[in-house]
Write a protein that binds this ligand. Sequence first.
Ligand code: FES
Length: 139
Amino acid sequence: MERREFLGSIGSPVLAACAVCMAACSKSGSSGTANTGASANFTINLSTSLLTVGSSLVQSGVIVVRLAASNVPASFTAVQVNCTHEGTSVNYNSSQNNFVCPNHGSTFTTSGAVTLGPAVTALKQYNISISGTTMTVTG
Ligand code: FES
């Protein structure tokens, strides 16, 4: 069988499968897609949440962490929870005082700056204000 005859005999199903595969592969480049943080505006009751240093919670796409004991904005940080590489939720690592993505290992400072790739874009950091025991996160 000649090459041309062989290619003609396998026909369009194989070509269609290749087209699907190539389309899928083109979406998973190693550089990933930048995920940007969404807008947020919510409150947290500090008399019942984030009571201990190193504790964290996730709300509205934002991870909020208590870094120090007193109820002032500098004692907390709030950044987007989705990694800027491919969107996996990052975790706060209290022993390293940073955010770590469990998917490909990117790390970020508590203010969201990249310290280790493959992520290249910082996590969005949100504004924190506190009145009494009510924290408001906006951005
Ligand atoms: S999704 Fe790849 S490092 Fe976070």
